[in-house]
Design a protein around this ligand. Structure first.
Ligand code: BT5
Length: 268
């Protein structure tokens, strides 16, 4: 199925992408408001699971909690339509697996030490190179689809991001000092996503979480987590089988945190 204005990827390119389930159908756009919004639209119209929407730039890129995600040209802005048969409480594991796939791809292709900051960031040297936004499409009480949105600051200069973001962000181009092939990156990323998603479907949660722990830069740190009005400070101890962070607060009590903004206070 094709979205209006999309260019369906040709067969040669799809063979090159060589991904199994995720990316079996790919829609490329030069510009979009948001790949997550386009993915929702296509999911509701019946797009197959694994369909991937990729844009070269977004003019209304979305972060969590209604925030803006800056998406200049030559970044990698993509969303995947998924229908995992898992309990709704395990939905955060999609963000977890996407973080693993992105960090792995950066390490394999760029030889940079990418790490994961709970819940949805991939960092290089503590600077955000990727943000993940997982959204559910519900019909009544039932989760019909999950949209996994991944934004990677790839082939543009840091100066193209808003000034207030520049200090806490980086791009692959800035880290490497040269451009990377977005096609090659996407191809490898989709394969890594596919492998991780398979593990999720096979309910190999422990394996996934083991890899997340190895890549995590959050565990072992003093953190401050904000979720709306609530704020908890303490030591990030563990991640549980639902993707929640376990923090030992200042009273020595273990708190289970499902979502929020995480600030790293100390080095691990
Ligand atoms: C995220 O939100 O990090 C989720 C970002 C998801 C973006 C992808 S792109 C493909 C797909 N389609 C979409 O429309 N979205 C997804 P959050 O944790 O709330 O972080 C948002 C905050 O990060 C902003 O408030 C800024 O402070 C900062 N920010 C904005 N753009 C950035 C960028 N390009 N790089 C680094 N930080 C950025």
């Amino acid at each position: 199925m094709m979205g209006k204005g999309s260019i369906q990827i040709d067969h040669a390119k799809r063979d090159k992408l060589n991904s199994k389930s995720i990316g079996r159908e790919i829609h490329y756009f030069e510009k979009l408001d948001s790949t997550n919004s386009k993915a929702k639209e296509l999911a509701i119209k019946g797009a197959v699971e694994g369909t991937c929407i990729i844009a070269s730039s977004q003019h209304d890129g979305k972060g969590r909690y209604g925030r803006t995600w800056s998406s200049p040209k030559s970044g990698i802005w993509l969303s995947v339509i998924l229908s995992p048969d898992i309990e709704p409480e395990r939905a955060p594991l999609l963000t977890i697996l996407a973080g693993i796939a992105v960090a792995r791809t950066i390490r394999e292709l760029c030889d940079l030490e990418a790490t994961i900051k709970w819940p949805n960031d991939v960092l290089i040297d503590q600077k955000k190179v990727c943000g993940i936004l997982t959204e559910a499409i519900c019909i009544g009480d039932e989760v019909r689809h999950m949209i996994l949105g991944i934004g990677i600051n790839a082939n543009f200069d840091i100066s193209e991001l808003p000034e207030d973001v520049q200090n806490s962000a980086t791009t692959l181009k800035n880290e490497l000092g040269h451009v990377v092939s977005n096609d090659e990156f996407i191809s490898n990323l989709l394969q890594n996503l596919d492998k991780c998603y398979k593990k999720l479907k096979q309910r190999k949660f422990r394996e996934l979480l083991e890899e997340w722990r190895r890549l995590s830069t959050t565990l072992g740190r003093e953190v401050k987590i904000r979720d709306g009005e609530e704020e908890i400070q303490g030591l990030a101890l563990e991640i549980d089988e639902f993707g929640a962070l376990i923090v030992r607060d200042r009273n020595g009590k273990s708190q289970r945190i499902i979502n929020g903004d995480c600030i790293h206070i100390s080095r691990s």
